[in-house]
Design a protein around this ligand. Structure first.
Ligand code: NDP
Length: 449
């Protein structure tokens, strides 16, 4: 890359850092994308003339608000709510809501930024956004969760709409929370506007396969990466971090495709079960009884719970980080490669640190970044919106086939784009470049907005 161009991109990055102080995760996400864009500006000089990179790095709108709520004892609590509407060049803002104590503006901005390119990769007409709160749903009663969701939506509803901004779930926001949020939106607006939220229940506008979509999609993406290397998932030993929505359905699809998942985790520890994770038990503990994975070992004598353990120390051929950002560092990546790992599919958003990514790319293993590998969730959300718009509901098989086709398409697009831009096999460059070009090509004809 010409030195002048490198300097220009570095200057944009420095400007982003200065304008968004203290938002480390956002800086990290921007840096990773910007590092891929030099050759794009050579091919499309109009993107530089129109300052598309600078515009893409600045959210269209950022909303922060107070969320007061009362616990079961009547004590008042105040949380902070966020919605960052990042980019609507190709469709209404779309992206999940995260309820977790670690949430602050920098996390929501990194997620919204990533979401913009991910959504573009799906080929569906959806822009990028993300939201959430520093509220911790852990240990709260159903009534407390409901009161929080109602208070959160009482402010957020005025910014939403099926043609404006359509949230979904993320960490700490599943079907139960979407129900309370949708109920409050409907009550305040007096509109049954199904497309405004996705991840709804099946009896009231939800789509089959949405619950499974991110995990299934990430597994399809890894299947495609292995296929491109004349290999398959059959017989592979696999690690899946986390034990939430994405992790559970990654394990399900991995088992269906003949791999064996031997470990999963949560923020307290790791379950190692050499025989293969008992998915039925895991689902019951996590989805029905809302318990911790430490309880899993009580049901299987040959399973081991490792308090505070590091899942990436367990030898495997396929690793699926599916918990949270920066959960896999350079040291973990080196250990995985040393132990024979040949493929990594990111179910979580930005789970691998920049040092870890470098290790995977240098080792030339099949590395599928979250932007591409976990796009199945939002793609199926867009399928839910399609069904809502047509007052229709599709069968499980039909919807799953569509998801499979979308993920295969994302693999093809990222694989081919990487090769076209001189980085064959590098899905980081493939995903960043393909996603960026799609959004940029929509922004240019719309003028300076
Ligand atoms: P869930 O809330 O269902 O599960 C999250 C899991 O990750 C839990 O097991 C949780 O453990 C663990 N976890 C969360 N924070 C940490 C942490 N700091 N350290 C270790 N473990 C942690 O969330 P999802 O499964 O929906 O989301 C997981 C990831 O996938 C996130 O990065 C999300 O952004 C991404 N994603 C999700 C999509 C979806 O459709 N749901 C779509 C695309 C991406 P614990 O209970 O101990 O907190």
């Amino acid at each position: 890359m010409a030195v002048a161009l490198e300097e220009k991109i570095e200057a944009i990055y420095q400007q982003v850092k200065a304008r968004n102080p203290g938002e480390d995760e956002f800086h990290q996400a921007v840096k990773e994308v910007l590092e891929s864009l030099g050759p794009v500006l050579v091919k499309y000089p109009e993107f530089a003339d129109q300052k598309i990179i600078e515009r893409i790095c600045e959210p269209e709108r950022q909303i922060m608000f107070r969320v007061p709520w009362q616990d079961d004892k009547g004590e008042v609590h105040i949380n902070r709510g966020f919605r960052v509407e990042f980019n609507s060049a190709i469709g209404p803002y779309k992206g999940g809501l995260r309820f977790h104590p670690s949430v602050y503006l920098g996390i929501i901005k990194f997620l919204g930024f990533e979401q913009t390119f991910k959504n573009a990769l799906t080929g569906m007409p959806i822009g990028g956004g993300k939201g959430g709160s520093d509220f911790d749903p852990k240990g709260k009663s159903n009534n407390e969760i409901m009161r929080f969701c109602q208070s959160f939506m009482t402010e957020l509803y005025r910014h939403l709409g099926e043609h404006t901004d359509c949230p979904a779930g993320d960490i700490g926001v599943g079907g139960r929370e979407i129900g309370y949020l949708f109920g409050q939106y409907k009550r305040i607006t007096n509109r049954y506007e199904s497309g405004v939220l996705t991840g709804k229940g099946i009896g009231w506008g939800g789509s089959l396969v949405r619950t499974e979509a991110t995990g299934y999609g990430a597994t399809y993406f890894v299947r495609e990466m292995l296929k491109a290397r004349k290999d398959s998932l059959g017989g592979k030993t696999c690690l899946v971090s986390g034990s939430g929505n994405v992790a559970i359905y990654t394990i399900e699809k991995m088992h269906e495709l003949g791999a064996k998942v031997v470990a999963c985790s949560d923020s307290n520890g790791v379950i190692f079960h050499k025989k293969g994770i008992d998915l039925e038990l895991l689902k019951r503990l996590k989805e029905v009884e809302r318990r911790r994975i430490s309880d899993y070992a009580g049901y299987h004598k040959d399973a081991k719970y490792i308090e505070g353990g590091n899942i990436w120390e367990i030898p495997c051929q396929v690793a699926m980080p599916s918990a949270t950002q920066n959960e896999l560092n350079g040291k973990d990546a080196k250990m995985l490669v040393k132990n024979g790992c040949i493929a990594v599919g990111e179910g979580a958003n930005m789970p691998t640190t920049p040092e870890g990514v470098r290790v995977f790319l240098d080792a030339k293993i099949a590395y599928g970044p979250g932007k591409a590998a976990n796009a199945g969730g939002v793609a199926t959300s867009a399928l839910e919106m399609q069904q809502n718009a047509g007052r229709d509901s599709w069968t499980f098989d039909y919807t799953e086939q569509k998801l499979d086709k979308i993920m295969t398409g994302i693999h093809e697009a990222t694989y081919e784009t990487a090769a076209e831009f001189g980085a064959a096999g590098n899905y980081v460059i493939g995903a960043n470049v393909a996603g960026f070009i799609k959004v940029a090509q929509a922004m240019v004809p719309m003028g300076l907005i």
